[in-house]
Design a protein around this ligand. Structure first.
Ligand code: SF4
Length: 220
């Protein structure tokens, strides 16, 4: 029997895909690259973090080169992404731990591990929280996860498919309930919906593609 939340998510995916298009994962990043990219995206915009990421790749000759470099040099390379010192320290610590654990800076072997084990390893890395770990799982390892940021959390609660107090709680429920086949497209479309229409400062409900089943339609 299909769980009620699973059914709601499948319906939501159909409606958002009709409005915003089906999203396909074409990132083609290996897991370490995706992890570093996601660390750089914390507390900043995609545009700014993409610039910092590009600068990091252009400055260093691979992850081993980043690892042996001074944290101050890494911070300089990613300065435009904000929180440069903190993110440089996180990136260095993550690369060091992966090298210590596996003898090389690669996470590709996590593909062969059960989802729970892969998620637990990623979460054990300093500076890697549930959302960052879930992004790496879904975007780069092809594993089932549903990353929940502030937009996904807000949209899911406004619509009423979950009633949760934190993005982490929402992420646990959505990861369990969403079929793997819809995780990527629905995740991206919920972010797009949150940015374009269901804003934190107030939603624009008139013409919303999920208005007919949203419990907050016209009341927020
Ligand atoms: S109807 Fe309004 S509150 Fe509900 S999802 Fe759409 S914009 Fe958000």
């Amino acid at each position: 029997m299909i769980d009620a939340l699973t059914e709601d998510l499948v319906k939501l995916d159909r409606k958002l895909a009709k409005a915003y298009g089906v999203k396909v994962n074409d990132r083609h990043e290996d897991a370490v690259t995706s992890l570093v990219h996601t660390i750089l995206s914390q507390n900043t915009t995609d545009r700014t973090s993409d610039r910092a990421f590009g600068s990091l790749l252009a400055t260093f000759d691979g992850w081993d080169d980043v690892l042996v470099s001074e944290a101050s040099c890494i911070a300089q390379a990613i300065r435009q992404g904000g929180l440069a010192e903190q993110k440089a320290a996180s990136i260095k610590a993550v690369l060091q731990k992966i090298k210590d654990d596996f003898g090389q800076i690669s996470l590709e072997h996590l593909r062969r591990k059960p989802d729970k084990e892969a998620m637990e390893y990623l979460m054990s890395l300093k500076g890697v929280g549930p959302k960052t770990a879930a992004c790496t799982m879904l975007f780069a390892l092809g594993k089932k996860a549903f990353p929940v940021d502030t937009h996904v959390h807000r949209v899911a609660n406004r619509i009423g498919i979950v009633t949760t107090k934190s993005p982490d709680e929402s992420q646990r429920l959505l990861t369990d309930a969403a079929p793997f086949s819809i995780c990527y497209s629905l995740h991206v479309n919920m972010i797009q919906h949150g940015r374009q229409r269901c804003h934190s400062r107030g939603p624009v409900c008139a013409g919303c593609p999920v208005q007919d089943t949203c419990k907050s339609a016209g009341v927020s």
